[in-house]
Design a protein around this ligand. Structure first.
Ligand code: SF4
Length: 425
């Protein structure tokens, strides 16, 4: 989501006539898009803001702004602490950036634009990082208030975009050569709430599936409590919806899930996984996990490790718990020692590597489908793409080109990459 927001910020600036600078030293304007979901991300952002003072001292005309969740949460404090900042801008006010920059150029005073409940004005331009696949917002905000999470406070309430606005944007992307869209929202499954039209996320997928030129549809993130049978049916029946779904488990222990205010039990989660695996052949399930949540005993952690073996996630994002000020969990005793958090993190990472390798090896010799994306980073003769299960594929392009969808037969596998050759679809 931050990547898409950055694309919107760059798009807004390009409409003002700005281009991307080769380096920070060359820039007339620097906008930091920040994250505050974890303590480490916040520390990195604060360190970076501090380091920019050197550039401001060398060039008083340089405009520096801070956007994103850290700005939303601590904007005024940031302005006081870092006098070299020109402005802070909230998560719902990206469209205001050109105005703030223009103002900062003429009037040297610090500015804050931080309304957390403002109606979002959709960006009129994006400066996209990719040219084959694109992110598209379908909803923003969250009202789930998981006890550890800062998002509902910094991203505001759930707001869905009308479906016609989304399909119009995707049609334009298809006309521009994009072949894959990834629909984004803090909780895409609650799409449609509050809209005048009667539509849910499955209905939206059905509409997007009909758009010519788009070959693949992905989406994230899904909250387990909102994955409906209708959605599972849509994933199973709509040909462009990829066989891959990301939905965070967070913990395998019901005690911890309750403390997290997640609204489901491990067996609820397993029931959805069972339905998905039954309905969709070769579906890849990926997840997020927090280790070391307050009160997580060895027994609780073992339940999470057991879940890895039972579900066999294709991929997982494992985080060490860190309290976020203002959340309910911040009031709990952060009682799991850092050493234990690190050990648990490491154990799950190793487990995930073993599972990913085992699962990827099962694809060797089978015909899959890839969307060809770009030349590889290390070897320009090799191209990369993604399978429908979202696994990175590496191959020689032959007569195929970027944006083509081709058959792909892997000949070897690592935990993260399949290597092989292309074939006709
Ligand atoms: S559903 Fe996701 S974004 Fe919303 S509060 Fe929970 S963790 Fe945060």
């Amino acid at each position: 989501m931050n990547e898409l927001d950055s694309e919107a910020m760059a798009g807004a600036m390009s409409e003002l006539g700005y281009d991307t600078a080769a380096s920070e030293e060359d820039a007339d304007v620097i906008i930091l898009n920040t994250c505050t979901v974890r303590d480490l991300a916040e520390k990195k952002a604060l360190g970076k803001i501090g380091a920019l003072k050197k550039l401001k001292d060398a060039n008083r005309k340089l405009v520096i702004g801070v956007a994103g969740c850290l700005a939303q949460q601590r904007g005024e404090q940031l302005l006081k602490r870092f006098r070299h900042l020109d402005f802070v801008v909230g998560t719902r006010e990206i469209d205001k950036i050109p105005e703030l920059v223009a103002e900062a150029m003429t009037r040297r005073r610090q500015m804050a634009s931080l309304c957390p409940r403002r109606k979002i004005v959709e960006p009129t331009a994006y400066k996209r990082l990719h040219d084959v696949k694109a992110f598209v917002y379908v909803m923003r905000g969250c009202e789930n208030f998981c006890s550890y999470c800062i998002v509902p406070y910094v991203r505001g309430p759930e707001t869905s975009r009308p479906s016609s606005e989304i399909t119009d944007e995707i049609k334009k992307l298809a006309d521009g050569g994009y072949r894959e869209v990834c629909l984004l929202g803090q909780n895409v499954n609650s799409y449609g709430k509050g809209l005048r039209e009667k539509i849910d996320f499955a209905g939206l997928l059905d509409k997007i599936n009909k758009i010519n030129g788009i070959e693949r549809i992905r989406f994230m993130t899904s909250h387990p409590k909102d994955i409906s049978d209708r959605l599972i049916k849509a994933v199973a029946s709509l040909d462009k919806v990829c066989e891959s779904i990301h939905f965070p488990l967070q913990s395998g222990s019901d005690k911890i899930l309750k403390l997290m205010n997640r609204g489901y039990t491990y067996s609820d989660y397993m029931e959805i996984v069972g339905k998905l695996k039954k309905a969709v052949k070769d579906i890849a399930v990926s997840t997020d996990i927090i280790v070391g949540f307050p009160g997580e005993s060895e027994e609780d952690f073992r339940k999470t490790a057991k879940a890895f073996n039972e579900i066999e996630f294709s991929n997982s994002f494992i985080f060490k718990y860190s309290p976020r000020g203002g959340t309910k969990a911040a009031g709990l005793d952060d009682d799991v020692p850092l050493k234990t958090k690190l050990e648990r993190n490491r154990e799950l990472l190793t487990l995930q590597e073993e599972i990913s390798l085992r699962k990827n090896k099962e694809f060797v010799g089978k015909k899959l489908e890839v969307l060809i994306e770009s030349p590889g980073k290390k070897d320009k003769n090799l191209f990369t793409g993604r399978t429908r299960q979202n696994i990175i594929a590496l191959f020689k392009p032959g007569d195929f080109k970027k944006g083509d969808v081709a058959g792909f037969i892997p000949s070897s596998a690592t935990p993260a990459v399949l290597s092989g050759k292309l074939a006709d679809k």
